[in-house]
Unconditional design. Sequence first.
Length: 114
Amino acid sequence: VQLQASGGGLVQPGGSLRLSCRDSQKIFSNNVVGWYRQAPGKQRELVASIGRGTEPIYADSVKDRFTISRDYAKNTVYLQMNSLRPEDTAVYYCNKYPPYARYWGQGTLVTVSS
């Protein structure tokens, strides 16, 4: 079972995208869920995480630009990305936090370029 992120694409600097991750297998349940990203030549990093009843946590590099949210009824987690920068270019993934290796999907590519 893998989690599939969607919503990536090519966007100009300063633009916005919203990523979605639908959990059809109810893997997330009431666990903490995270969005991760991996830029070319770099290690995968946690971008944001959200748990039930707790404040979301963001990496310093995306704070005040990205917003993670969760729709428990739809078993879906979102990542709203605003004011995108070229350094945000990466493949974005969703997974539990801490992540489980077997749940990594193919991710969704976000390219920020003019």
